[in-house]
Ligand binder design. Structure first.
Ligand SMILES: [Zn+2]
Ligand SMILES: [Zn+2]
Length: 145
């Protein structure tokens, strides 16, 4: 989880610095953070692109970690994903279809549909406190993504 927070530090949208790492057989396969698509301008440089109260310029950290696996031809099936924040519904659906079986998250994100989808797909959901923090994971600070 400590490495996941280091990855989150590379995020280029300051509405939420999110990091994700996909692990399988105790090896890190891919990493991701939330940011604009490759080659496009980033929020930190030109500002957010807000639609419906959300910044839509970025791909989420989980999406970028899964896409990086596809880009390099690495199977993440049966793996686990560490995320600094609980996944949103779109990321939850991608995690399910990528065959990832376990989600370990630090910060709470209020998306009950995402939780319901992951549970229905029998993906294990594990709360893990952020490194260096004693309070429960659901009290970790979180901006609206
Ligand atoms: Zn942004
Ligand atoms: Zn997401």
């Amino acid at each position: 989880m400590g490495i996941t927070f280091q990855v989150a530090g590379r995020s280029t949208c300051d509405r939420a610095r999110v990091g994700a790492i996909i692990v399988k057989d105790r090896r890190i396969l891919t990493t991701g953070y939330n940011g604009a698509p490759a080659g496009l301008a980033h929020c930190d440089d030109i500002g957010h692109l807000i639609v419906g109260g959300h910044c839509v310029r970025t791909l989420h950290a989980e999406q970028n970690a899964i896409i990086q696996a596809a880009l390099h031809g690495v199977s993440v099936a049966g793996g686990a994903i560490y995320v600094t924040h609980q996944p949103c519904l779109t990321c939850a659906k991608m995690i399910i279809n990528a065959g990832i079986r376990r989600v370990i998250y630090a910060g709470h994100y209020p998306d009950q549909n995402a939780v319901a989808f992951l549970q229905a797909a029998r993906v294990e959901l594990v709360a893990h406190p952020a490194p260096g923090k004693l309070e429960p994971a659901d009290e970790a600070p979180m901006n609206n993504v």
